[in-house]
Design a protein around this ligand. Structure first.
Ligand code: SF4
Ligand code: SF4
Ligand code: SF4
Length: 161
């Protein structure tokens, strides 16, 4: 392999790794490595019991949350169903993510009256400043219920580690 080809192949492998998506996990795990050690031996019990049907199983057979249609009620059922203890009720925590409203896509920020995200937010975590400027406050539990209700897909959730 030519020197230049070698560098470009190394560079693309590094950027490929950087781009690797962090999956949004159910809010009951202590150690991310357990997903990779245990879930490939499991039939996805956590996804089967989730009444909101937000747990999906990724290609690597680990579970992740998908808020396209609903959100997490923090009901504990997925953790109770996880017999290998990858998810444990004792490890319950907030979904590790940041939820944001994109002002450019949001109807309200464009001066069109819309409160679609406010109603499903039982935690009162969306402040409408001066009626037209919704901002997510620190009461947000990252439950995801507001996401599918936005008519312009202006709300996004980003998993963090
Ligand atoms: S039930 Fe537990 S072991 Fe099975 S896929 Fe879900 S997290 Fe993994
Ligand atoms: S806590 Fe309940 S609603 Fe949330 S992912 Fe687990 S089973 Fe689903
Ligand atoms: S993700 Fe945050 S802002 Fe959206 S409904 Fe849940 S608590 Fe409210």
């Amino acid at each position: 392999m030519q020197r230049r080809e070698l560098f470009s192949s190394l560079a693309s492998s590094v950027s490929g790794k950087k781009k690797q998506e962090i999956l949004l996990r159910p809010p009951y795990f202590g150690d991310e490595s357990l997903f990779h050690n245990e879930c490939n031996k499991c039939d996805g019990a956590c996804a089967t019991v989730c009444e909101e049907e937000i747990i999906k199983i990724a290609d690597d057979r680990t579970p992740y949350l998908n808020f396209s249609y609903s959100g997490c009620t923090y009901c504990d059922e997925c953790a109770i169903a996880c017999k290998p203890n990858v998810l444990r009720v004792e490890d319950k925590k907030m979904i590790a993510s940041i939820v944001t409203i994109d002002k450019k896509s949001c109807l309200s920020w464009d001066h069109t009256l819309c409160f679609s995200c406010k109603d499903p937010c039982l935690d009162n975590a969306i402040d409408f400043k001066a009626m037209f400027m919704p901002v997510i406050n620190d009461k947000c539990t990252a439950c995801g219920f507001c996401i599918s209700r936005c008519p312009t897909n202006a709300i996004s959730v980003k998993a963090i580690q």
